[in-house]
Design a protein. Sequence first.
Length: 133
Amino acid sequence: GCGLSVAPNKGQPHADGSVSVLGARRLVVRLKAPAGVNIQPTLNESGHGPTESQTFDGTDGADGEAYVHPYQRTEDGWREYAFDLLTFEPTPHYGNQRGNCTVDTQAIGQVGLTFAGQPGEEISVEIAWFRFD
């Protein structure tokens, strides 16, 4: 598979580039894909870093956790996919492993999207936008 990460650009940015999406309940992605592609969104809080980091100093109380959502299969064509923030889970592979296990929406540093496929498989996807509702 492959993926991408972007820094949110809506709202007033903090000094570290993260943004507050306080009050958001879900992440929504509009994209065009063929049917059957497994997509998995990720969220990194301000202060995120490798699991072996000694400190995770985020902005406004964010504690540097990284989250993943279970895979969702796409339908053919342009669609909006909504992911409830309460269903994101901490990833054991990145970020603060001793955090508060709560998506700290006051300082989101990165939003990502992973596309799972078979080795050598080509996947063509167009992404219109990400937003928090």
